[in-house]
Structure formats: C-alpha cells, structure tokens
Write a protein that binds this ligand. Structure first.
Ligand SMILES: [Zn+2]
Length: 269
C-alpha cells in the first residue's frame, strides 16, 4: 500500500468536491424539471476531466456512500476499488483499504456543519455578528436565535443545539434565570455565557452551578467566541469536566438552587 492508494483517494475526493458544486446546481436543475446531471468522472486520475451523465437521483445515491464514486468504464483502479454497479456510460466503484479511509475522511459532506448553535442576545447586532462569525467557521452554524431567556427556552427545546451562546442581561427573562431551564430542556448542550457583565470568581462559580460550561467576555476579538464554540463542541461535556482538577466535585447546596436538570461536577472554565 499505500502512498499511491492514498493519493488516488485524494484525487477522487477532489473530483467529488468539484461534483458537489455541480450537484447543488443539479438540485436546481431538478426543480426546473431536468432529471439528468453532467458530472466529472470521479476516477483516481487527476488529469481526467471527462464528463459523464446520470440522473440527479442516481448521483445522490452514490453520494450517500463516502467511499463510492462514479467513474467512466475503464477508469477503475482495481487494487484500490471494487466495481459495485455497472451503468450505461459509467461504473460505480467503492474504495477499500487506505484509499477508502482517505476518501471517507476527505468527503466534502463530512464538512457539513456539525455544531448547531443557538444564539441568545437581546441586541440584534450581536446576534447578527455571531451568525456571521460562526458561519465562517467550518464546523458551526447558527440554527436559532432568541432575544431573551424565555424565547431561548422555546427555541432550544425545539432545536436541541449542541451549543448555546447566552447573554446575561436581557429583558423579560435574563440569562441567570434562563440557565437552569436551558440545562433542563437541553441536558447535553454546551452553554457558553457571552456577556459584558463583570464576572468575578464567585459569579463564575454561580454560573457554573446554574449549568453554564464556560464564560466568554464580550468585546474581545470575535475569534475568541468562535474558538470557544469549537472547543466545547469537540471536547464533549463529561470529558471537559473530568479534567478540571477539582475532582469534578463542585456541588451546590440544594437550597441554593431549584434546578433539577443541573448535573454536579460542572464548572466554568
Ligand atoms: Zn476518469
């Protein structure tokens, strides 16, 4: 194996990436009543740009398998891929071994946004800013917005995002009051408090006890909040808190807190 196989996997993924752009058009073509799609041969030869024609539906079936590619008959590379189906004009091949692994990892659809974020802030410009900066990050996307805590509970309950970015000072219901409810409706979501409020160690602890995972001060470089979203989304909640060094033992007095959804051992980092 395998440098060659890996290269072939990469080449086919490049063709796939090009075809992904076409297939967006393909959806529009289908809406317009056209059923067929011209795509590039997805073979491992980087210099092959031969077109092949298939239906939009056929392409979507191939696309749903990251290691399957459409190639012109004769362009298959049998030490990296096996022929799955023969169609008039093209073959469907499936990569195996290292080529399959590389193709899978490079699948452009893996880059679809995986971290869904709900943004809660009473200032529309802040929500807009967050939507833009998070859209630029390849892993995250804003799927919902709310302008106060009460709205946030409904939106989060409906959307079940991976991450909630929560302002503290808001009308109707502020972030402090919303936190335990958000923790209850979305027990596995990561909650990042994003506020211009001065938060000292005591308030940080209180936020943690209410269910916040992290505090980010407003007003810094936008990359700080983007990185925080990415970090919490990739860390996993339990692992994040296991590494706190305090034994995960931050508990709150029950009398202090009427939040049934909060789990112990959480802290603001
Ligand atoms: Zn080819």
């Amino acid at each position: 194996m395998t440098e060659r196989q890996k290269q072939i996997g990469r080449n086919e993924s490049d063709a796939r990436t090009a075809n992904e752009l076409v297939s967006v058009d393909g959806e529009q073509a289908k809406l317009a009543g056209h059923e067929t799609l011209a795509v590039l041969c997805e073979c491992g030869d980087n210099d092959c740009h031969e077109p092949l024609t298939m239906s939009v539906d056929e392409y979507e079936v191939i696309r749903s398998e990251p290691a399957q590619f459409a190639v012109i008959a004769g362009h298959e590379i049998l030490d990296c891929e096996r022929v799955i189906t023969t169609h008039p004009g093209y073959l469907i091949v499936e990569k195996f071994g290292d080529a399959g692994t590389v193709a899978d990892a490079a699948d452009p659809r893996h880059n679809l946004k995986t971290c869904r974020v709900v943004v809660v802030d009473d200032i529309p410009e802040i929500r807009y800013l967050l939507r833009i900066v998070l859209a630029v990050d390849p892993s995250s996307t804003v799927v919902g917005e709310a302008s106060n805590g009460a709205e946030a509970i409904e939106v989060v309950d409906a959307m079940q995002p991976e991450v909630i970015v929560l302002d503290l000072e808001m009308p109707v219901m502020d972030g402090w009051h919303a936190l335990p409810h958000l923790r209850r409706v979305a027990p596995t979501a990561h909650i990042i408090v994003f506020s211009s409020t001065e938060v000292d160690a005591r308030l940080e602890k209180r936020l943690a006890n209410l269910g916040a995972d992290r505090f980010v001060r407003k007003g810094g470089d936008p990359s700080i909040i983007v990185n925080a979203v990415r970090e919490v989304a990739t860390s996993g909640r339990d692992r994040q808190f296991a590494g706190d060094g305090d034994g995960g033992g931050r508990h709150v007095d029950a009398a202090d807190d009427d939040n049934p959804g909060r789990r112990s051992g959480e802290s603001v980092s």
